[in-house]
Design a protein around this ligand. Structure first.
Ligand code: ZN
Length: 268
């Protein structure tokens, strides 16, 4: 059976002298692995279509004998839809995109449809691409507050992914008294995901930094989280890690740490 689907390339690694193995999140068939013979040659017919983080349309044959979906597939056609060239010009955005792709790759079981994961990752990459685009529509969107700030994309994706995977994080309620929060929370506990209101916090010293609680509050109202992004991202990663326990293997997190250091050195 021939399958035609959009996909986002999650990872690509060399295989033998001239080939690559490509892991991609497809819209229709979840995560699949392709073998790309001769992919290292310059005249590869797929050009950038199977570069990591590219959005492409692929045609491949799915073997109905093998229902597990973990075998290597051959791509018949691959058409590049969006290489995300503007996003790639920004180190930080590229680094967070790699972390998102790797989280999906490590988590996602093979051979299971992951339409919502595809939609979330696709949207995040689109937003990063748009945020770094220089054309007028995106400038207008940013001015009107309708576009998502590049600062928020990773944090929002983490929040939505927690929700999708069954670990909903309620940013609007105090986890102790269960009242709606009317102001930024006083504390956040990543192991439980609990926000604590000022009244419940009382005189206790909060464990979370002010940047974390203020940033989570801004994220909830879709305001630019700006300088708080690293704190918010780390808090949400810690929350996800506590619930899934697989994040130790996310190798691209180390790279993200390096980029963060580099970027904060530039601004100070
Ligand atoms: Zn409370």
């Amino acid at each position: 059976m021939l399958i035609k689907t959009r996909c986002i390339v999650l990872h690509r690694f060399p295989y033998s002298d001239s080939s690559f193995i490509v892991k991609a999140l497809t819209e229709e068939s979840g995560v699949i692995s392709f073998i790309l013979k001769g992919g290292k040659r310059k005249e590869s017919p797929f050009k950038g279509a199977l570069d990591p983080l590219a959005l492409s349309e692929v045609v491949f044959r799915q073997n109905p004998q093998k229902s597990s979906g973990d075998g290597l597939l051959f791509v018949k056609e691959a058409t590049l839809l969006d290489w995300h060239g503007n996003m790639r010009n920004d180190l930080m955005s590229t680094a967070v995109a790699q972390v998102m792709a790797e989280i999906v790759m490590r988590y996602a079981p093979p051979g299971v449809p992951l339409q919502e994961e595809f939609a979330l990752l696709n949207r995040a990459l689109e937003e990063l691409e748009r945020a770094h685009s220089s054309d007028q529509t995106s400038t207008d969107a940013a001015a009107n507050g309708t576009g998502t700030s590049a600062n928020n994309v990773f944090a929002q994706w983490l929040l939505d992914t927690c929700d999708l995977w069954g670990y909903h994080l309620d940013l609007g309620t105090c986890s102790r008294c269960e009242r709606s929060l009317e102001e930024p929370p006083a504390d956040f506990h990543p192991e439980s995901g609990g926000l604590i209101c000022r009244a419940c916090q009382g005189v206790d010293t909060p464990r979370a930094r002010i940047q974390t609680t203020a940033g989570l509050w801004a994220l909830r109202s879709r305001q630019d989280i700006g300088e708080s992004r690293v704190f918010v991202e780390n808090a949400l990663l810690a929350y996800l890690r506590n619930h899934i326990g697989f994040l130790k293997e996310i190798h691209s997190l180390q790279w993200l740490q390096e980029i963060r250091k580099l970027c904060s050195a530039q601004t100070t």
